[in-house]
Structure formats: structure tokens, C-alpha cells
Design a binder for this molecule. Structure first.
Ligand code: AMP
Length: 432
């Protein structure tokens, strides 16, 4: 016999770190996505949606081993056909895969895309950190110029500001290109080797796999060692230096506050040259800074996905969950959500039978309504209309059903008028 589970409520629950979006929360997300898209379109970005899953190597090849995402956080599965797929832990690699697959290098460059949707990382859930969360990305592909870096940063800031953010700064760094990065990595590795006896085990491991990651280590001991670590900017070659200087000049021209953070390398290994984060000062727990968005240039990523040529590109990922949860969020509401102008009331079976026809007339002339078709009495329906402060009610009873008319009631002064259905659209247009 099957055992009865006394603790059923804990069993019927969404997976850890993942949640249902509903009610006000749902509208806040949708409102944000509408606003973000609007800003993106003004800047010339076009929409694109990639599948929620990709072949695993799209991410492993590009994000790289030695990163938390690839080593620990990917949701992977083997299909019945034997393919290894992964739920996307970010948008960028999938976007580059799409660019290559559709031969977008043959289009006028650069191409600019925005993309948004759920992202999956098997991370430790905590405040502001989920296993399914939403990102809104902006990317410019096919151009290496510094103004493109500035463009994605500016568009990202505009989106955050339109959502209500005020206290924003940029943490920015340049980690060089293939000319200068290797020299820097050698310098960095030799520095850490000198301090190896004080490095925690996790960072000793990173020294073998991905020494850049030691720079953003959360370990206290490593943080101390990092104070004296060589910075990437001093190792930049002439062209990277020029590129970085130009990005900063654009930011200054737009009065964007930035802070050069020599330890900023970001968790993904595909970045080249510019890396940045948009930070809300005091937005985190106990007034700590909170990262709302991050991004950078990824000129070599395409090769890791199979392109024969480099595709210079730059992008930003905005973390939507943290925006919606913040105190400054403007509570943007989606455009489809309209304040009801009419409360529809029906009385008796004959009227109920024809109710949906009347509601369809109202929908076709774009009059937002509310109704409680499940209720029968006039009193209970009118009470709801009053409670919702809806300016007008339409009352549809037996007589009206026979006459093909409705009663339109002004809820404020309680005046009523009978209107034939054929005249209803005209009549309602006249109401304010
Ligand atoms: P990343 O792709 O890690 O650079 O993240 C970009 C932005 O996404 C961050 O600045 C956060 O705002 C947001 N983000 C990253 N990871 C999570 C998570 N696990 N839960 C919620 N938001 C996240």
C-alpha cells in the first residue's frame, strides 16, 4: 500500500531557487521588459530569442573551465537521442552561436541585438540570488570600436534609470587582448606563486586553471594578497591602452561616474579588453554595493564556438530580479494592463447566455472591463463595482436580453440610460 505523505505541502513546491511569477510581481517584470525594450529600440537594437537550451559545448567551449558557471553551476542533461544539452547559464554564447549559424557576418556590421529571458545557474540560493533568474542583454557584434563599449554601457544605464535607479556607478577595467594578456597572466602567476603558501586551497587550484579568477576571490586571505597584485592596465599593449582610454573618455563625456577596479575580471573567461559592472552604491545587504548589471568585450568568443574568424563584440547583461526587488523600482506596468472603465453585470439565465457576446462587443471597441460572471445577484455585483471604483456599469437583464439593449449606469451619480446594442459603440465613445 502507498504510504500517505503527511507533509505534502513541502513536497508540492517549485524547485529550490526557482519560483512562480504571478500577480503584481508578474506585471512588474513585464513592465520592466517593455520599458527596457523601448530604450533598446531607441538605441537601434533589434530583438532576438535563442532557445532556452543549447548544446553543452556552446557554453563549455566559450565560458571556459575554471569558471564557477561551467565547473559547478550548469544544468545539463542527456537527451534520449544522446545529445548533451545545457539550460542556458547566460545569453551571450547562444547569441554568438546564432550569429555564426545565420551567417550574420555577411550583413552590414555591426549587428545589434537585445534579448531577454530566464537564465539557469545551480548556485546557492540566497537574497537576490536565484537558480532561475532573468537577464536583459544588449550586444553589439561585428565591430571593435570603443564607442560600441560606451554605447552598451550608456544604454544599460538608461534602462536602469528608466526603471528608477539613481545611485549608479561603473566599475571598469581592461584585461587586454592576445597581444598583452599572456604577458600579464605570466606576471600574475609568478606573483601568486610567491604567495602560494598563504593562498587558500580554492585559489591554489585556480592558479592552475584560471589565475585571473583569483583576482575576484571572496577569500579574506586572498583579498589581502590581491592588494599588491600587478594590475592588467599597466601591462596593456598600445592598442588596448588606446581603446581603454577612449572608452573612459566617452564615459566622461556623458558624465558617467566610473571607478577603475583593477581586480575586476568577471566570472567568464571569454572577455577581452573592457570589462565592467554597473553598481548600485549601498544597494546590497547592510549597505554594501550591489551589482545590477555586468558585461564586457568578447572579441575571441566566436572562435571558441567554431567560427574561423574573430567576431569583435561587446555586451551587457542586466539582472532583472534585483531591479524588481529594489526599493527604487518604479513599478512599471505593462501596456496591456488597463484600468477597467466598465463593470459588466448580468442578471438571469437569458442575459447570462448572451453575456459573452456583449463582452466581445466591448473588447472590439477597446473598452477595458471587469466582471464577475460567476455571480448572480445584482447587489453582490454592484458591490464589487463600487469597491473597485469603476466609473460605469453595464446592467444586462432579461428585458435587455430580449430588446437587444443594455443599461449604462453612471456609478458616481447613479443615473442610468438604456442603450440599444447597435448604438452602444457610439454611445460609449461619447463617455469620458
Ligand atoms: P553575470 O552574468 O553573472 O555577470 O550577471 C549579470 C547580472 O545578473 C548581475 O549583475 C546580477 O544583477 C544578475 N544575476 C547574476 N546571477 C544572479 C542570480 N543567481 N540571481 C539573480 N540575479 C543574478
Amino acid at each position: 500500500m502507498k504510504k500517505i505523505n503527511k507533509n505534502k505541502t513541502t513536497e508540492i513546491a517549485s524547485p529550490k531557487g526557482m519560483r512562480d511569477l504571478m500577480n503584481e510581481d508578474y506585471y512588474r517584470f513585464q513592465g520592466f521588459f517593455e520599458k527596457a525594450q523601448e530604450v533598446a529600440v531607441y538605441y537601434g537594437f533589434k530583438p532576438l530569442d535563442t532557445p532556452i537550451m543549447e548544446k553543452e559545448e556552446v557554453f563549455t567551449g566559450s565560458i571556459g573551465s575554471g569558471t564557477d558557471i561551467v565547473d559547478k553551476e550548469m544544468y545539463t542533461l542527456k537527451t534520449k537521442g544522446g545529445d548533451r544539452l545545457a539550460l542556458r547559464p547566460e545569453h551571450t554564447a547562444a547569441l554568438v552561436r546564432a550569429y555564426i549559424e545565420h551567417g550574420m557576418q555577411n550583413m552590414p556590421q555591426p549587428v545589434m541585438f537585445y534579448q531577454y529571458g530566464p537564465i539557469f545557474r545551480h548556485d546557492k540560493p540566497q537574497r537576490g540570488r536565484y537558480r532561475q533568474f532573468w537577464q536583459f542583454d544588449l550586444d553589439v557584434l561585428g565591430n571593435e570600436k570603443s564607442i560600441m563599449d560606451a554605447l552598451v554601457i550608456k544604454a544599460g544605464i538608461s534602462i536602469l534609470e528608466e526603471a528608477g535607479a539613481t545611485n549608479l556607478t561603473i566599475d571598469i577595467n581592461s584585461i587586454g587582448d592576445k597581444e598583452c594578456r599572456n604577458g600579464y597572466l605570466r606576471e600574475l602567476t609568478s606573483y601568486y606563486r610567491k604567495h602560494i603558501s598563504n593562498l587558500p586551497a580554492i585559489d591554489r587550484e585556480r592558479l592552475k586553471t584560471n589565475p585571473l579568477r583569483i583576482l575576484d576571490s571572496k577569500e579574506e586571505k586572498t583579498k589581502e594578497i590581491n592588494e599588491g597584485a600587478p594590475d592588467a592596465i599597466s601591462s596593456l599593449c598600445t592598442s588596448c591602452k588606446k581603446h581603454f582610454k577612449e572608452v573612459l573618455e566617452y564615459l566622461e563625456e556623458m558624465d558617467i561616474d566610473y571607478n577603475i577596479n583593477k581586480n575586476l575580471v568577471r566570472g567568464l573567461s571569454y572577455y577581452t579588453r573592457t570589462v565592467f559592472e554597473i553598481i548600485e552604491q549601498e544597494g546590497g545587504e547592510d549597505g554594501a554595493p550591489l551589482a545590477l548589471a555586468g558585461g564586457g568585450r568578447y572579441d575571441y568568443l566566436a572562435r571558441h564556438i567554431g567560427s574561423k574568424k574573430d567576431i569583435p563584440a561587446v555586451g551587457i547583461s542586466i539582472g532583472v530580479d534585483r531591479i524588481i526587488a529594489s526599493t527604487w523600482y518604479k513599478k512599471l506596468t505593462p501596456r496591456i494592463l488597463k484600468k477597467p472603465k466598465i463593470y459588466f453585470i448580468q442578471l438571469g439565465p437569458e442575459a447570462k447566455l448572451k453575456s459573452l457576446n456583449i463582452i466581445e462587443i466591448l473588447r472590439k471597441i477597446h473598452i477595458p472591463i471587469a466582471q464577475s460572471l460567476s455571480k448572480d445577484s445584482l447587489g453582490s455585483q454592484l458591490a464589487i463595482a463600487e469597491k473597485l471604483s469603476i466609473p460605469y456599469a453595464i446592467i444586462f437583464g432579461l428585458k435587455e436580453a430580449i430588446d437587444n439593449s443594455v443599461i449604462v449606469r453612471n456609478m458616481e451619480n447613479r443615473s442610468q440610460e438604456t442603450v440599444k446594442l447597435v448604438n452602444l459603440p457610439e454611445y460609449l465613445k461619447e463617455l469620458k
